[in-house]
Unconditional design. Structure first.
Lengths: 394, 172
């Protein structure tokens, strides 16, 4: 009985305690709410910090990626550029065999500002230069170019003359045939550079004009090469600047695949004061590529004043070529070229030289080319054979 | 779905501007029914970079490309803004693609000394409806510009890049 009374008493106390714990006082509730509020604020603060950190991290990632991309872009597009081209030739004409690293060329360019730039071309011809050696080291271009407006630019220095097809664009992968065509070589005469100032302006979309004032030719006045145009190139090497020359060109390129151009040049004296022989050059050419078919045609003619040139028939020198081609696919192309030129066209004798080349280009890469062509020389020259070549540009 | 990529220029080189990116988007929109553009980012992972290098013959100097997607069209089309160097300086191109075919291609800015003719309508329209063949080449021949082979090649390569990225973007 005594034990039962004690048990009831304990149960009663426990029951009272339970009721007391389930019903907190107002103050206790306030304390709990305040505590919970603090916890919520702390969590919100923490969340805010996390958001900020996420944003901060995003910004860091963005900055890092941008910096890396700028670095990558800088590497790929420096203000200073280097390029070049080269070609190795094997010629076998009438049992005369030769192998020659004909041209090794390096381009260097530099952007000084948005509108002022420098461009140069340095060439080693025939591998070995020096006294008694077959080759030459030549500075073929070195000029400053300035944009005068969106459509007009000016250049000053040593530059390629704006005549013909090959004179300004002669990287091996861009043309058919191991050797450059003999008409532009012997009549224009490519590759031809002079020193002076030139202007290029875009008259409208696909129509442009060039004008240049520059140093002139200085042809020999006696010997077998007398008045030969190609022998008149001074190459801006301590050149006689007694008599200047003026070149103008108009070019039409508004139709894809088509280029029509004509140049006119006045040489105030091709003997640079020795005999007083002014001369005029006219050239006209057409290039048309449509689908797999291509066609190039050029005509060039010199008219040289003076009895001395007339006596030896070199008062008139002219030539033309026509070159149809067919590109089998992106890697292979076939061509045929008929050339005829005469550096003695002013005389009555049959001095015209003719040359036919038929061959193939193989491009394993758009900037690398292997070439083979068969050559047949007729007219005032004889010989037949073949040429092999490899060339590149970058 | 239309995608736009914004490429940064390495330098503030002088350029002849022919069209803005916004104008190109508007031009593309004309052939769609009230497109809504959404911007996304395409990260150029190893496999994408490898294909870009294969097409361009050099690594593409970006880690990612931002693009826009038009999500309210029954047939997804894309627009890309990409730069590529012709010979020495970057040319900015814009290309829109639909059903794996080029709808429009334009030169936005040209900085090279030769080959500005590639911006002309007569030249760019040759790319309309062009896609890639099984060999990964453009399936139509493009008549070039004499003396500007490298600018022409840059445009042909960038067309292939855009067609490739279009496929990748749609597969994401």
């Amino acid at each position: 009985m005594k034990n039962k009374a004690i048990a009831l008493a304990v149960a009663s106390i426990l029951s009272t305690s339970t009721v007391y714990a389930a019903e907190p006082t107002t103050q206790e509730l306030m304390d709990m709410l305040t505590k919970q509020q603090s916890q919520i604020e702390a969590l919100q603060k923490q969340l805010g910090k996390t958001d900020e950190k996420v944003k901060e991290t995003d910004q860091k990632v963005e900055s890092s990626v941008t910096a890396i991309e700028e670095s990558l872009s800088t590497k790929s597009a420096s203000n200073t550029t280097i390029g070049g081209y080269g070609e190795l030739h094997y010629n076998n004409i009438e049992d005369s065999e030769s192998i020659d690293f004909h041209r090794f060329v390096l381009f260097f360019g530099h952007e000084f500002t948005d509108s002022i730039r420098f461009f140069s071309e340095l060439e080693v011809e025939h591998s070995l230069a020096g006294d008694g050696k077959p080759g030459e080291v030549e500075l073929e271009q070195a000029y400053i170019e300035m944009d005068l407006s969106d459509d007009t630019r000016m250049k000053a220095g040593l530059f390629l003359i704006p005549v013909g097809i090959m004179n300004e664009t002669h990287e091996p992968p861009t043309f058919y045939g191991v050797e450059r065509n003999p008409v532009e070589k012997n009549i224009i005469p490519a590759t031809w550079w002079e020193a002076g100032a030139g202007f290029n302006t875009q008259l409208s979309d696909g129509l442009s004009a060039d004008f240049a004032i520059h140093s002139g030719l200085s042809v020999p006045t006696d010997g077998s090469k007398s008045f030969l145009i190609r022998s008149g190139r001074q190459k801006v090497a301590k050149a006689n600047a007694d008599s200047l020359a003026y070149t103008a060109r108009v070019k039409y390129t508004a139709v894809p695949g088509l280029e029509l151009a004509a140049s006119y040049q006045v040489q105030s004296d091709v003997t640079q004061g020795a005999l007083g022989a002014d001369a005029n050059l006219i050239t006209a050419h057409a290039v048309y590529n449509s689908g797999n078919f291509g066609l190039r045609a050029l005509y060039a003619a010199w008219d040289i004043d003076g009895v001395e040139a007339e006596v030896i028939g070199r008062d008139s020198q002219e030539g033309f070529y026509i070159e149809p081609s067919y590109k089998i696919n992106e890697n292979f192309g076939l061509f045929a070229r008929y050339n005829a030129w005469d550096n003695n066209a002013g005389d009555s004798a049959d001095t015209e030289k003719k040359q036919t080349n038929i061959g193939i280009n193989y491009w394993p890469h758009e900037n690398v080319v292997f070439k083979l062509d068969i050559e047949n020389r007729t007219g005032a020259q004889d010989g037949s054979g073949f040429n092999l070549g490899v060339g590149y540009q970058f | 779905m239309t995608v736009c990529i914004f490429a940064l220029l390495p330098f503030g080189l002088i350029a002849k501007s022919y069209l803005s990116q916004d104008s190109f988007v508007s031009l593309t929109s004309q052939s769609l029914e009230n497109p809504v553009w959404k911007t996304k980012t395409l990260w150029l992972d190893k496999s994408i970079q490898a294909e870009l290098k294969n097409i361009l013959s050099h690594p593409y100097p970006k880690l990612r490309l931002r693009y826009k997607i038009s999500t309210n069209q029954p047939i997804e089309s894309t627009i890309w803004f990409l730069d590529e160097i012709g010979k020495e300086r970057p040319i900015s191109f814009a290309i829109s693609i639909k059903e794996n075919q080029i709808q429009l291609i334009r030169v936005l800015e040209f900085r090279e000394s030769r080959g500005y003719e590639i911006h002309m309508h007569a030249f760019t329209e040759q790319f309309n409806q062009v896609s890639v063949s099984g060999a990964g080449r453009l399936n139509q021949s493009i008549d070039g510009i004499t003396g500007a082979t490298m600018s022409v090649n840059a445009m042909k390569k960038i067309a292939r890049v855009a067609l490739f990225l279009h496929t990748i973007a749609l597969s994401k």
